[in-house]
Each structure stands twice: as structure tokens, then as C-alpha cells.
Design a protein around this ligand. Sequence first.
Ligand SMILES: [Zn+2]
Length: 206
Amino acid sequence: MVVEITTTSEEIKRVLDGINLQPPAESEFMGGDFIRSETLERLARVLVERHAELGFIDEHGFTFQVLWKRRGGTKGGRQTLGKCLLQTGLTKFYSGQDWVIWLAADHVRLMGLNAHGMEALVFHELKHCAMNEDPESEEPPTPATIGHDVEMFLSEVENYGIWASDIARAAEVFGKQLGLFGGEAKQQEGPAGQDAPMEDDNDATT
Ligand SMILES: [Zn+2]
């Protein structure tokens, strides 16, 4: 099966039309930790409209905001590039949102992400948005967050191969990206921060 892989970066560029996607400078935070970014939210809105798998967000009237965070910090020895936080209780009361996404200004600045990389990062965080739905119930679905499709150490694959179904699925996707297995390689626009892992967290799961 060949999955068609498309990039929306050109579309994003047209929509944002010269608007600066670059993270704010440290001084622009004025000593605070967060800056709301209309630009990032516009980018996220385009992605929600563009990708059917994110369509449930608009379909059910769920809401989110996207912020720059001054410093992303590290977890488990790796830089945290962003987070998607489900809003509950007091945080929901004060934010008025179902999710708040933040991107780490310091890490993104150092990585020098281009438009393609920024789009990928925002898409990644949006993919943590999910919903809980009980088909037996007439109650409307509720917003939730989900974890990554695959969690692994590279050395486990080096030592034990493709031993689990999620790793097999990852291998399939990588194979298509690399033009293996009869798929077509995706044309990248340029470096999109390959050196840094896109490690983040989804806070609603512990
Ligand atoms: Zn993530």
C-alpha cells in the first residue's frame, strides 16, 4: 500500500504570507514565561482545516490556544520542544480553552526551524489533541489528549529488530519516507531540526 504523502507548507506560506513564524526574543517575554501567538494559532487553524484527522476539533467546537514559552526545559535529558495540555478544572476556568499548546521559544530559536519544521511541530502538538467518546451514551464527546504512536529506544531496534507492532508501523512509515518498499520519498524543503528530538509530553496522561 502506498500512502500519498503531501506537504502543506506552500499553502501555509500563502496563508501566513510573510508573517514571521520565528520565536520571540528572550527580551520580548518581558520577564514572563508565555506569549500568546496569533501567528502560531493561524498556522494551527490551517492545519486543523487541512488535515481530516484533526477535523473533530472544529466539528465538536473544541477550542485551543497556542503560546510561545520562554524556555522549554528538558525532560529525561532531552529538550522539550512543545506541549499540549488538556485544560481541566481551574486551568479550564481561567484559559477558557480545551487545550493549550506551547512551543519552546529557546529551543526552536536554536534549532532554526524553517516553515516546514514549524508546521511539523505545530502538527505534532495538535496530534496530541483527542476526544473521549462513548458510543453507548448520548453525552457529547469530551476533549482528551493522547500519547505518541510509538515509544522506543533506537538501540532496542538495533539489538532486537522490529519486535513490536508499533515499531513495525514506524518502520513502514520510515520506509515510505526513504522511498523503500515501492513508496515515493517525500521531498523535504530543507533541514527541519533533525538534530533535535521532537520530545514533548502530553500532560494529561501520567
Ligand atoms: Zn509529542
